[in-house]
Design a protein around this ligand. Structure first.
Ligand SMILES: [Fe+2]
Length: 417
C-alpha cells in the first residue's frame, strides 16, 4: 500500500513533535504493510521559500534516519495545502513528490470557500489535478454530497481517511464516507497520520473493509494503484461517479444495484460535459502559451505566399485528411467573409494518385510525390500529424523544404524534419 497523506516531519505542524515519534509512526506503518509514503505536512497560510526550505531540510533528515535504521519504506515529499493558503503551484513541495501533477488540498472542516472551484481551475490550467483531502469530514459536504460530486465533475479527485472508514471520527463521518464510496466518489484512501498511537499510519483495517464491501480490485485501486500513479505523476482515469439522488438517505448496500442501473443514463451527459470542459481548458491554456506566437507566424507565412501568387497544399491521414480538406475548402470557398477564392489543394483527395503511388512506391510517398509535382518555391505545405510521426507527412514536409516551400506542421509532438 502507498500512503499519500501523512504528517511525518517533526515540529512543522500538528504532527509528531520529535524524530523518535516520526520514526515510530513509520515503524507502525511498515508493520501494517505500507511500502511508500508521501510526507504531506500542513501549509496553512503561505507556502513561501522559507517553508519550502524547512520541509525539504526535515525531509532529507528523515530520509537519512530511515536509512540509518534500515526501515524499508519509500519516502516522497509533498504537502497538504489549505485551500485559503497562498502558494505557488510550481513550488517543489506544492505537488506530491514534486511531480507538478497532483496537489493535495484541504478544505476547512466547516464551510466551503466561495472561490474553491477557481482554485481547482487555476491548478488545472497549470496541469495540476487537485486531490481533495478527507472531504467526508467537511460538514457542508456531509450534508450535501452533490457538492463533492460536482468537484469530481471538475476533475478533482477525492481522498478519504482510513480512520473515517474505521469509525475513528464518529458514525456520521463513517456513514458519509461509505455513501461516497457507494457513489464511486473516493479515489484514494490514506492514513492522514499525525502520531504513533492516536492517529497512526494504519491502512490495513480500512483495506479489509473496502475488500469486504467493494471487492479486492477496488481496494487495490484506492490503496495501491491510484496512490502510486499520483506519486509518479501518471494520469488517473477513474470510473465516473454515480450521481447523487434527492432521496439518497437509504440503506447503503441494498440499494446499490438500483443506483448502478440508473447511472448509464446520467453518466453520458456528465461525460460530455467533462470533455467540453477539458477542451475549453486546453484552449485557455493555449491562449497563454507560445502556440499563439507560432499560429500568428504561420498565418503570416500563408498570407505572404497567397499574396505573391503562391498556394497552400495540405496533407494528413484519417481525421487529419478531413481537416486538410476542410481548410482547403474554406480557402477556395469562403470563411466568414465573401472574398476572392484563395489557392489551396488538399493532397488527400485524388484517390487515383493515392492508390497508384501507394501501390507503386509505397504509402509513405503518397504526399511527397504530389508535393514534388505541384509545389513551387514560396508555396506553403501544411502537414497535419497529431502524433508528430506520420511518415508520409514528414516525407512531404521534407520535400517541401527542399523545394523552397514553407512547411508548416500542425502536430502534438515535435516531428523531426
Ligand atoms: Fe492531513
Amino acid at each position: 500500500m502507498i500512503d499519500i497523506h501523512a504528517h511525518l516531519l517533526p515540529q512543522v505542524d500538528d504532527g509528531p513533535d520529535s524524530w523518535e515519534k516520526s520514526l515510530a509512526i513509520l515503524r507502525r506503518g511498515i508493520e501494517d504493510g505500507i511500502k511508500g509514503v508521501v510526507c504531506t505536512s500542513h501549509v496553512l497560510n503561505r507556502l513561501d521559500e522559507e517553508l519550502e526550505r524547512e520541509f525539504v531540510g526535515k525531509f532529507e533528515e528523515l530520509k537519512k534516519r530511515v536509512k540509518e535504521e534500515d526501515l524499508r519504506i519509500s519516502l516522497w515529499l509533498g504537502s497538504e495545502i489549505h485551500c485559503n493558503a497562498e502558494f505557488n503551484p510550481k513550488s517543489k513541495i506544492a505537488t506530491l513528490n514534486g511531480n507538478g501533477k497532483y496537489a493535495l488540498l484541504e478544505l476547512p472542516l466547516v464551510g466551503i470557500p466561495n472561490d474553491v472551484e477557481d482554485i481547482f481551475f487555476r491548478l488545472s490550467v497549470e496541469g495540476i489535478t487537485t486531490i481533495l483531502a478527507h472531504p467526508e469530514r467537511n460538514s457542508v459536504i456531509a450534508e450535501k454530497l452533490e457538492i463533492a460530486y460536482n468537484f469530481i465533475e471538475k476533475d478533482v479527485l477525492l481522498q478519504s481517511n482510513a480512520g473515517s472508514l474505521t469509525g475513528q471520527f464518529g458514525k456520521r463521518v463513517k456513514h458519509t464516507v461509505l455513501e461516497m464510496l457507494d457513489h464511486r466518489m473516493i479515489h484514494f484512501i490514506a492514513s492522514d497520520c499525525h502520531s504513533p498511537h492516536r492517529r497512526p499510519m494504519i491502512l490495513s483495517r480500512a483495506y479489509k473493509i473496502i475488500t469486504r464491501h467493494y471487492g479486492e480490485k477496488t481496494a487495490e485501486e484506492l490503496f495501491i494503484v491510484n496512490p502510486y500513479k499520483a506519486v509518479i505523476g501518471e494520469e488517473i482515469s477513474p470510473s465516473p461517479p454515480i450521481p447523487i439522488h434527492e432521496n439518497r438517505r437509504r440503506k447503503r448496500f441494498s440499494r446499490l444495484k438500483i443506483f448502478r442501473s440508473c447511472q448509464n443514463v446520467n453518466m453520458q451527459s456528465s461525460f460530455v460535459k467533462k470533455r467540453i470542459d477539458a477542451s475549453a481548458r486546453i484552449k485557455l491554456k493555449m491562449a497563454e502559451s507560445e502556440v499563439v506566437e507560432a499560429i500568428k507566424r504561420a498565418a503570416e507565412y500563408i498570407v505572404q505566399a497567397l499574396r505573391l501568387g503562391g498556394k497552400v497544399l495540405l496533407c494528413g491521414n484519417g481525421g487529419s485528411a478531413a481537416d486538410s480538406q476542410h481548410i482547403a475548402a474554406e480557402l477556395v470557398g469562403r470563411f466568414k467573409l465573401d472574398r476572392n477564392p484563395l489557392a489551396a489543394v488538399a493532397l488527400t483527395t485524388d484517390s487515383s494518385i493515392l492508390t497508384s503511388v501507394g501501390n507503386d512506391y509505397g504509402y509513405h510517398d503518397v504526399f511527397r510525390r504530389q508535393v514534388e509535382a505541384l509545389g513551387k518555391k514560396g508555396d506553403v505545405l501544411i502537414g497535419i500529424t497529431t502524433s508528430g510521426s506520420s511518415k508520409n507527412v514528414i516525407l512531404a514536409m521534407r520535400a517541401a523544404k527542399e523545394k523552397g516551400m514553407k512547411p508548416l506542421g500542425l502536430l502534438v509532438k515535435k516531428a523531426k524534419l
